[in-house]
Design a protein around this ligand. Structure first.
Ligand SMILES: Cc1ncc(COP(=O)(O)O)c(C=O)c1O
Length: 408
């Protein structure tokens, strides 16, 4: 499968590596790997030297680290020395919580997080709560936006850390970080954002939003798993989570994942203008949502009227069970999700959907479709046809079951 948004923007994707006939529509869980990465891997593994060594074998891996860091700095609007490589966004976010907790002023013990954070943030917050921190959650409105009145009422002089995601992974809403940063800094609180879902979907300028920390993950950006990035604004406190060698300027022990970092560099080199990518994703999502609502009754789109990611459609489809729908779509050749990937297999409804006010039943009738750079309009049209047919079939089965139960 190849993908082109314009003659100057080509980044071939490898969605066919898994199952050739499957259409992948779950990019918020992970992305396929760019073809350029796959092609470069045999050459990249030859840069096997230790980047911290002095001899000649360290030159190639050193160059990979330097060049990727420089490209990232340019891409994210920050200085390259403000970035460290980690094993993933979970490690990046945990490092922030550790740093903020260890360096907090004695009179501060409160952490504020949004009510819809990823478990890499909520579980970190739970841990510091077990160590004595007071953790409060900022409510999210029914339309998916952040409740700024609630935020303002909970932010106070005791707050040492505010962690609010850039964009939500399930409903796609984008949060007003500039305002959160401005208000938090007035109280001397540090601000972290989990920017995993924004990376590659909308432009991110760290200088502009002025957060103190940001977490990123390479596997949501058409590169490899096991590679993350942590942005630490110059002057913000950093206490290593992983003690070891002097890598990453003494900020993160452990030999860097050179292959994963090189792969990230290759995507950065080839991804072109993110605004063009954003428009492509928006066009697919808008066409999907309008076609679906035209052809199917009882569909509600979460966060539709809120600023949101260009690629994410969170749907509530009345009269069907989300898990059953997901499995039936899978058999029909479409990979989608009912929520966060880490919660699949769990019978519990998504905490994010509950946090925006959906009932348990509504949350269990939900489906997440997340488009990627390589998806096409013809895939969207075929997917809508399949989805409509399957929903009709599942609704008919359910109606028969109800009738049968009433008559027996
Ligand atoms: C919003 C968000 N934050 C953090 C993560 C964790 O990223 P990683 O797998 O790189 O640790 C994910 C991945 O699912 C995510 O969607």
């Amino acid at each position: 499968m190849s993908f082109m948004t314009s003659s100057t923007q080509s980044l071939n994707m490898s969605a066919q590596v898994g199952n050739k006939s499957q259409v992948y529509l779950d990019h918020n869980a992970t992305t396929p790997i760019a073809q350029q990465v796959i092609e470069a891997i045999p050459k990249l593994v030859l840069a096997w030297g230790n980047p911290s060594s002095i001899h000649q074998d360290s030159r190639a891996p050193k160059r990979i680290l330097r060049e990727t860091r420089n490209k990232l700095g340019e891409f994210l609007g920050c200085h390259p020395t403000e970035l460290i490589f980690t094993s993933g966004a979970s490690e990046s976010s945990n490092t922030v919580f550790h740093s903020a907790w260890c360096t907090r002023p004695k009179d501060k013990n409160k952490i504020l997080i949004s009510a819809v954070e990823h478990p890499s943030v909520t579980k970190a917050a739970d841990w510091y709560a077990s160590q004595g921190a007071v953790v409060e959650k900022i409510n999210v409105n029914r339309d998916g936006s952040l409740d700024l009145v609630d935020f303002t009422s909970k932010l106070d002089a005791q707050t040492f850390l505010v962690s609010c995601m850039f964009a939500n992974n399930e409903i796609g809403s984008l949060f007003p970080l500039k305002q959160i940063v401005a208000q938090s800094h007035q109280f001397g609180a540090l601000v972290h954002t989990d920017a995993v879902q924004a990376f590659g979907k909308v432009p991110v300028s760290l200088q502009d939003i002025a957060v103190d920390y940001a977490s990123f993950s390479a596997h949501k950006f058409y590169a490899l798993k096991g590679t993350g990035v942590l942005y630490i604004k110059k002057g913000s406190p950093l206490v290593s989570l992983i003690h070891g060698g002097a890598q990453e300027r003494n900020r993160r022990g452990g030999t860097e994942n050179v292959l994963g970092i090189a792969a990230l560099g290759i995507v950065l080199e080839n991804c072109g203008d993110i605004l063009v990518r954003q428009k492509h994703l928006e066009a697919l999502r808008d066409s999907f949502e309008s076609l679906l609502c035209e052809k199917l009754e009882g569909v509600y789109i979460n966060a539709k009227n809120t600023l949101r990611l260009p690629n994410t459609s969170s749907l509530l489809i009345q009269g069907v069970d989300g898990e059953t729908l997901l499995m039936t779509l899978d058999l029909a050749g479409y990979s989608v999700s009912t929520g966060a990937a880490c919660s699949s297999g769990s019978p519990e409804p998504s905490p994010v959907l509950l946090a925006i006010g959906l009932s348990k039943d509504e949350a269990q009738s939900s489906l997440r479709v997340s488009f990627g750079w390589e998806n096409t309009q013809s895939e969207v049209s075929a997917f809508v046809e399949a989805l409509v047919q399957i929903v009709h079939r599942l609704r008919a089965l359910k109606a028969n079951e109800v009738l049968y139960a009433a008559n027996s």
